[in-house]
Design a binder for this molecule. Structure first.
Ligand SMILES: [Zn+2]
Length: 390
């Protein structure tokens, strides 16, 4: 990438949660806290109870299998628009300092099946709806998601002040998106390119964690750098990267720092930057971290589908096999990198593999839980241990 050309581009926006803002360890993050904020519950406010209250007329809510449900709204019904329009307008009046407002569908794959909606492309219905509100506030920026049913890009052109954000929620992370031959990845790439034909105000909501097993080893790391470079080469400036980067998770904050650096300086080599960050964080033990991720990557399996919800048993013949568990323990046997060892312990306990290690490791796993901050997932780990009778 041409450095001069890159530097002449508009400044990139990275949208960070409150939790992520706390992380100031790396200068690159501390200097670039987001200048913009998002209204309400980040997003998903086109479900009942957010922009449109539960006591609104039932025709405002999506018709699914003959019933009106709160999970989504009917965006074709005129009253839904007027209620949402007023809600946003009132919020803008009382929050003049905010300039980015989210208007995005509910967090589920449902979509209204009423007579007005059923024959329309959900993308078109959504963008038309958001455009109507954005048109009344040309000095504000708006944000919406392409998520599940709205992924198929249609023909409605978003207004310049509407940022459209496709998500990678359903894609596998086992390889960079650009390299995947899977049909869902191919369609997703086409939709992204179609969207870029309609607007340059595009963002990406990207995912790399396993939501059910945030502590578990996860061989997605090496796909991230390639994906970041691809997105940036397309001129995309806005990102939400949802990964298992909270304290105590696989990767923790150094992963977030690295992702941020890749987004900000896409001409840098991802692996070189990763090594710099590991060296800064782990000192001489950085070589063990690299060895661990190299092993994970080399054994992730050809056909394994890495997404956000998979059970770990799926991987017991690839990167979570008995043999590989033993290799990981060996890698860290000369260091005290507990945040990594706890990942292996967790996977051992969860899938019940590596039986000759489990008895020995269980005690250490519980001891380590007392020492490692697992942040918001402390509760789920506790629940997990309780369920296992530990
Ligand atoms: Zn409808």
């Amino acid at each position: 990438m041409n450095l001069r050309k890159y530097l002449s581009r508009p400044k990139m926006n990275v949208l960070l949660s409150e939790d992520e803002k706390r992380i100031g360890k790396f200068d690159v993050i501390a200097d670039h806290f987001p200048q913009k904020t998002i209204y309400s519950k980040w997003t998903h406010n086109l479900e009942g109870g957010a922009l449109v209250p539960f006591d609104a007329p039932r025709k405002c809510f999506a018709l699914i299998d003959g019933h009106r449900v709160n999970a989504q709204l009917c965006l074709s019904y005129w009253k839904t628009l007027t209620i949402a329009f007023s809600a946003i307008e009132n919020a803008i009046v009382s929050n003049q300092d905010q300039n980015l407002w989210s208007i995005a569908q509910g967090d589920n794959p449902a979509w209204c099946e009423c007579d007005m909606c059923k024959d329309e492309n959900p993308y078109d219905t959504l963008i038309y709806f958001v455009n109507r509100i954005a048109n009344a506030h040309p000095d504000k920026q708006f944000h919406t998601l392409l998520y599940y049913k709205t992924e198929q890009v249609g023909t409605v052109v978003p207004l310049p002040n509407v940022m459209v954000m496709p998500t990678t929620i359903q894609l596998s992370k086992h390889r960079p998106y650009q390299e995947q031959k899977r049909e869902d990845a191919r369609k997703w790439r086409i939709n992204l390119l179609d969207l870029l034909e309609l607007t340059s105000n595009v963002g990406i909501w990207d995912y790399y964690g396993n939501f059910k097993h945030l502590l578990a080893p996860n061989p997605t790391l090496y796909s991230i750098g390639a994906n970041m470079r691809w997105f940036r080469s397309l001129g995309i400036q806005n990102f939400i990267i949802q990964t298992d980067a909270a304290i105590g998770h696989e990767g923790s904050y150094w992963k977030e720092a690295w992702i941020y650096r890749m987004l900000k300086y896409p001409f840098l080599n991802p692996m070189t930057q990763l090594k710099i960050i590991w060296r800064r964080e782990f000192g001489r033990a950085a070589k063990y971290v690299k060895e661990y991720y190299d092993l994970l990557d080399a054994n992730k399996g050809n056909g394994d589908y890495l997404n956000n919800w998979r059970v770990l048993e799926v991987y017991r013949d690839s990167f979570l096999s008995d043999k590989m568990m033993a290799r990981y323990y060996d890698v860290f046997s000369y260091s005290n990198l507990r945040s990594f060892i706890i990942q292996i312990d967790y996977a051992c306990v969860e899938i019940g593999t590596a039986p000759k290690y489990v008895a020995e490791r269980l005690g250490r796993f519980c001891a380590r839980l007392g020492n490692v901050t697992v942040n918001e997932h402390k509760k789920s780990v506790k629940t997990y241990l309780k369920e296992k009778g530990l």
